[in-house]
Design a protein around this ligand. Structure first.
Ligand code: SAH
Length: 214
C-alpha cells in the first residue's frame, strides 16, 4: 500500500504540532506517526488527510479530527497487552492506532460496508492483534469481556450499561456523552457496581445508534 516520504513528513508535522498544543504521551504521538491516515479515506479526500480536521467516510459517517483521536487514545491510558474494545470502527483509523500501541484490540461497527472496508485495510496493513465485528456496540462483546479499556468513538446518549458491565474492575472507559454536543467522560470502574467519572472537555461526534445496517 502506498505510503510515501512526503506523506510521512506531513504526518510527522501534524503530530508534532498536536504534541505542542496538548498533553499527549510520547507513546501515543509516535504510534500515530506510524499510521497512514490517508489510506483510511477515499481517494478524493487523501489530499486533506493530514489536516487536523474530521473527514467524511462512507455511509454518512466521519473519521474524527486527528487531535480528537490523540486525546481519546491518551485518556484511555492503556499499556501494551491490555485488552481494549472500540465502539465505532468507522474507517479503522483509530483501531490501527490501538494496534500500533500493542493492545489486544476488538472493534465493533454497525454499518456492514464500513466494517468490511476497515477489515480489508487493516489486513492489508498486516495488523494481527485485532478482531473486527459487525454488530451493535450497545451490546458489547460479552464473549471477550472483561476489557481493560473501552473507547467509544460515537456520541452515546448516556454511559452504556452493558459496556460498563463488560469493563474490568480498575478498567477505564472513554465515552463522549450527549446529543448535539458531547462531554468526553472518563469512567473508572472501582468495583462491580461502582465507578467514578471525570469530564475531559466538549466534542462533536456522530451519534451512537441502536441496531445494525446491512
Ligand atoms: N473510530 C472511527 C470513527 C468513526 S465515526 C474511525 O477512526 O474512523 C463513529 C462510527 O460509530 C460510525 O462509523 C458509526 O457507524 C459507528 N456507530 C454508531 N453507533 C454504533 C453502534 N451502536 N455500534 C457500533 N458502531 C456504531
Amino acid at each position: 500500500m502506498a505510503d510515501s516520504l512526503f506523506q510521512q513528513n506531513l504526518r510527522n508535522k501534524v503530530m508534532d504540532q498536536i504534541a505542542l498544543n496538548h498533553f499527549i504521551s510520547e507513546e501515543v504521538i509516535s504510534a500515530m506517526k506510524n499510521v497512514p491516515r490517508h489510506l483510511f479515506v477515499s481517494k478524493d479526500q487523501q489530499h486533506a488527510a493530514y489536516r487536523d480536521e474530521p473527514l467524511p467516510i462512507a455511509s454518512g459517517q466521519t473519521i474524527s479530527q486527528i487531535t480528537t483521536v490523540a486525546i481519546q487514545t491518551d485518556l484511555l491510558k492503556m499499556k501494551k497487552g491490555n485488552k481494549v474494545l472500540e465502539i465505532g470502527t468507522g474507517s479503522g483509523y483509530q483501531a490501527a492506532i490501538l494496534c500500533e500501541l500493542g493492545f489486544e484490540v476488538y472493534s465493533i461497527e454497525r454499518h456492514k460496508k464500513l466494517h468490511l472496508k476497515a477489515k480489508e485495510i487493516l489486513s492489508n496493513l498486516e495488523y494481527e492483534n485485532i478482531v473486527l465485528v459487525h454488530g451493535d456496540g450497545f451490546d458489547g462483546l460479552l464473549q471477550f469481556a472483561p476489557f481493560d479499556g473501552i473507547l467509544i468513538t460515537c456520541g452515546a446518549p448516556e454511559i452504556p450499561e452493558k459496556l460498563l458491565e463488560q469493563l474490568a474492575i480498575g478498567g477505564r472507559m472513554v465515552v463522549p456523552v450527549g446529543e448535539k454536543l458531547q462531554e468526553m467522560m472518563v469512567v473508572e470502574k472501582t468495583d462491580e457496581k461502582d465507578y467514578n467519572t471525570t469530564g475531559a472537555g466538549y466534542f462533536r461526534f456522530v451519534p451512537m445508534l441502536k441496531g445494525i445496517v446491512h
